[in-house]
Design a protein around this ligand. Structure first.
Ligand SMILES: Cc1ncc(COP(=O)(O)O)c(C=O)c1O
Length: 449
């Protein structure tokens, strides 16, 4: 396995271009003790080898995708300036780039107007969305499915907002009937629909949830931190397609460019349909907002300092790979989904395994068949370890009986949940690597129980 070194030449060329922009200044060369820096850097490189090989196609574990080379280069390039997108005096160009990149994401969801910005990640983005929701619906509860990201319950607690868990159906999607019951009981101010759950990649039934909004008054937040970009994919099944087609009806949306958007970590995005919610952010910062009457991004975000580098990397990536259906970026997502389907089909043919759901996006989950639920969990852990020894890196996740029963992995339910194997097939090249992935899984799994 070799890393891409060639693209570093592009960085050197871009750096010279950036440098020329400051030619008029008297020289102020940096002082660097090269030998000491070299030793420190090589020590860091050595330490970093103690990681799973996230970048490699044989890593199909967690939701981890390598940044695009151009994102990596643009991020590094911007560090020679190190802009801060809190205020325009800290990051004039990079703030403009952030506004353009965020507007492109909003347009992807069909929004020509919006209020939004980048932030540290999905948790921070959801936090802002739930905070604005609380300001608009004081005292009312947040409702999200049992498969929603765990942080929604925690963020609600931080905000002092009651939280209600809505049951999921056999597909891991929010059960619209269960939601209706909770809505009828009263007290819910905000419903969180997850388009792409973290564990199984399930897509909540947005059209049905929107139907309920006609009868019950609530705010709709869509957590599409992981799944949002799939709106561009041309190979979704009908239920997921229908959900994505209605995403523009939400009041707020969260999407993480650092998951499927080919960005380094530290890049989440929150969007609001109504720009007027900017009033909740109103504050003064006498130290920073003096340089321009134009909008400083700090005026519409909860965080103060933020890396302009994240905006530069995202803007550059979008310039290379626009958010278009049928475009190169969309084809990458489609490759992941078709790899997930192919993996699911292969697992279905294997009597050792019981795949739970037809993947809606690019996450595949399967139980290892055994006599009892506990034994199935133990078998999954064994396969996980044996696969890792063969350089095939999977993930583990527990699922409730309600989501497992249709796959019938066990006869004896001696536990309410089973730890399953999970694969996030997020790298487009994993479609070609599938035979090798399956060979290693086969070797790691041994004979049927
Ligand atoms: C659906 C969903 N929401 C929120 C988050 C939290 O995002 P982050 O880890 O960027 O804070 C995740 C992370 O996997 C997620 O999948």
């Amino acid at each position: 396995m070799s890393f891409d070194h060639d693209s570093l030449e592009l960085l050197a060329e871009a750096l010279r271009t950036l440098e020329r922009g400051f030619d008029g200044l008297p020289p102020a060369p940096p002082r660097l003790d090269r030998e000491a820096a070299r030793a420190a850097l090589l020590a860091a490189a050595k330490r970093m080898t103690d990681n799973y090989p996230y970048h490699h196609p044989l890593y199909v574990g967690q939701m981890l995708k390598p940044p695009h080379p151009v994102a990596r280069l643009a991020y590094a390039l911007s560090l020679w300036i190190n802009p801060n997108n809190h205020a325009l005096d800290g990051g004039r160009a990079s703030s403009a780039m952030e506004k353009e990149a965020v507007a492109a994401i909003a347009r992807m969801f069909g929004w020509e107007t919006h209020l939004g910005h980048l932030c540290g990640g999905g948790t921070m983005a959801n936090f802002e969305a739930l905070w604005v929701a609380r300001e608009l619906r004081p005292g009312a509860a947040v409702a999200a499915s049992a498969q929603a990201h765990y942080t929604h319950a925690r963020l609600s607690a931080v905000l002092g907002v009651p939280f209600r868990t809505i049951a999921v159906d056999g597909h891991g999607r929010m059960d619209a009937a269960a939601l209706e019951q909770e809505l009828a009981a009263g007290g819910i101010g905000t419903v969180v629909a997850t388009l792409g759950t973290t564990a199984a990649g399930a897509v909540d039934p947005l059209p049905e949830i929107l139907d309920l909004r006609r009868r019950h008054d609530f705010r709709l937040h869509v957590d599409a931190a992981y799944g949002g970009y799939f709106i561009l994919a041309g190979n979704l099944d009908a239920p997921a397609r229908r959900a994505y087609d209605r995403i523009g009806a939400a009041d707020s949306i969260v999407l993480d460019p650092h998951k499927h958007g080919l960005q380094p970590y530290g890049c989440g995005c929150v969007l609001f349909a109504d720009p007027a919610v900017g009033r909740f952010y109103r504050h003064d910062s006498p130290y920073t907002y003096f340089s321009s009457p134009d909008l400083h991004l700090g005026e519409i975000s909860l965080e103060c300092s933020r890396p302009g580098a994240a905006a530069v990397a995202l803007w550059t990536t979008l310039r290379l790979l626009p958010l278009q259906r049928g475009g190169t970026f969309a084809r990458g997502l489609e490759a992941g989904r078709s790899a997930a389907l192919a993996l699911h089909q292969a697992l279905e043919q294997d009597r050792r395994f019981a795949p739970l759901l037809v993947p809606e996006l690019d996450i595949v989950v399967w139980a290892v068949r055994a006599a009892s639920a506990r034994a199935a969990s133990a078998r999954a852990r064994q396969v996980f370890d044996a696969a890792a020894q063969r350089d095939l890196h999977l993930a583990l996740s527990a699922f409730p009986r309600a989501m497992l029963e249709a796959a019938a992995p066990v006869r004896d339910w001696d536990a309410g949940e089973i730890t399953c194997l999970r694969a996030c097939v997020m790298k487009p090249e994993q479609r070609e690597w599938l035979p090798e992935i399956l060979r290693r899984l086969d070797a790691a799994s041994g004979p049927p129980a």
